[in-house]
Design a protein around this ligand. Structure first.
Ligand code: PLP
Length: 388
């Protein structure tokens, strides 16, 4: 167990036994999906067992939905009423954007070049409703400073999308500075935090964004099919989604087809029947993250990423991700001359990583240890010819 200011931290070797994959592999792929834990497997088995044992478990399923909402709220330092339970980032963002009147003077959506495809595609879909999309491109060093966003934002901007951490380069945006520029122009800010949540401390009270979204399959250690979207209570009231569902209604059990009455809380961004198996997995996964504590996880990850960056530097590799701790997170991207061959060569040695474009993606999380970093570095030294 490592220690932080004298407090024992539940990270690294202390939690590894929960994740059987480490018995047979060096797992460095949390940017795609988190490692499966005994606890999550147990929760999904509990879902199956309860289904047969208790017959209709509807009440308990709905309770799982609220348990997840509350757990997400605690992680984000928010209130449960300010968190929507979604089935994906795509569903939440679509509901949010559907609430923006985009046919008037304020019809622009500013998006960073580092948005996940779903955010870019949802933004461009709004062109059918009169929106104009403005792209903010990286500087030659690959970073997108807040000033680039500020240059793109004006009184025509309705929404600024600045992913917290790029899924394809590992750059972290200065969300607070971007939000300052957006708010000065009267625009809202959406920070897709899928690549950060669970690995980096996100406190929505100081973060700056008006909407923060993500999902459970990566650093939150759950599975696919479940996401969340925090929406700032001060802006929520004026956001009335036209993309909706019965779980977003002010009274689900009114079963009315006579009108549309969205819930006063962030539930207005929920949709239909909750993704029950994913809720069991998500609640269990988040409990592992919460027990370790995100600040301790972040410190642990930063240490491992520093070690990895140092080793890559010694190898003379071209690392795309910044070295400065404030500008990076759990993901390190390295250029390769033939990334598919490199990922396959690593997989043959039971080192699980992934790729985007011409880059190898290496993701560190609470369960990784220094040995994982060293194992990878030794393998990369052997495959040096595949690094750019
Ligand atoms: C930054 C980011 N946003 C969104 C997603 C996925 O969105 P969705 O939940 O809609 O599949 C991913 C990864 O799959 C991602 O890395």
């Amino acid at each position: 167990m490592a220690s932080m200011q004298g407090v024992e931290m539940k990270v690294g070797a202390a939690v590894r036994g929960e994740f059987p994959i480490f018995e047979t592999a060096t797992y460095l792929n949390s940017c795609s999906q988190g490692a499966l834990s005994h606890r999550v497997r147990g929760a999904v088995e509990e879902w199956l067992a309860g289904w047969d044992a208790n017959g209709a478990e509807w009440g308990f399923w709905v309770e799982r939905n609220e348990t997840f909402r509350a757990a997400m709220a605690r992680l984000l330092h928010a209130e449960p009423d300010d968190v929507a339970v979604t089935t994906s980032v795509s569903q939440g963002v679509s509901a949010l954007v559907s609430a923006l009147p985009l046919d008037g003077e304020r019809n622009r959506i500013v998006i960073s070049e580092y948005e996940f495809p779903t955010v870019g595609q949802i933004a461009h879909a709004q062109e059918l409703r009169g929106a104009e999309i403005v792209h903010v491109r990286p500087d030659p060093d690959g970073s997108i400073p807040a000033e680039r966003f500020a240059e793109a934002i004006d009184e025509r901007t309705a929404l600024v999308c600045c992913t917290t951490l790029s899924y394809r380069s590992g750059h972290r945006h200065d969300v607070a500075a971007i939000a300052e520029a957006a708010h000065a122009a009267g625009a809202l800010v959406l920070a897709d935090s899928y690549q950060a949540c669970g690995a980096l401390e996100l406190d929505v009270r100081t973060f700056g964004a008006d909407a923060v979204t993500g999902g459970t399959v990566k650093y939150l250690l759950g599975t696919a099919g479940l996401g969340f979207m925090w929406v700032r209570p001060e802006v929520r009231e004026r956001l009335v989604p036209t993309q909706t569902g019965w779980f977003a209604d002010e009274d689900i059990f009114a079963m009315s087809i006579a009108d549309y009455s969205p819930h006063a809380s962030a539930r207005r961004f929920d949709s239909g029947t909750p993704p029950v198996p994913s809720l069991y997995a998500g609640v269990a996964g988040i409990s592992l993250v919460a027990e370790s504590g995100v600040p301790a996880i972040e410190e642990h990850i930063q240490g491992l990423v520093g070690r990895l960056q140092e080793g890559l530097h010694e190898l003379g590799a071209t690392v795309v991700t910044p070295r400065e701790p404030k500008r990076r997170g759990p993901l390190v991207c390295v250029r390769s001359t033939d990334v598919d061959t490199l990922v396959a060569a690593l997989a043959a040695e039971r080192i699980i990583a992934s790729s985007r474009e011409d880059k190898l993606r290496v993701a560190l999380h609470l369960y990784n240890v220094e040995d994982d970093v060293d194992t990878l570095l030794e393998a990369l030294a052997r495959h040096r010819a595949l690094l750019a």
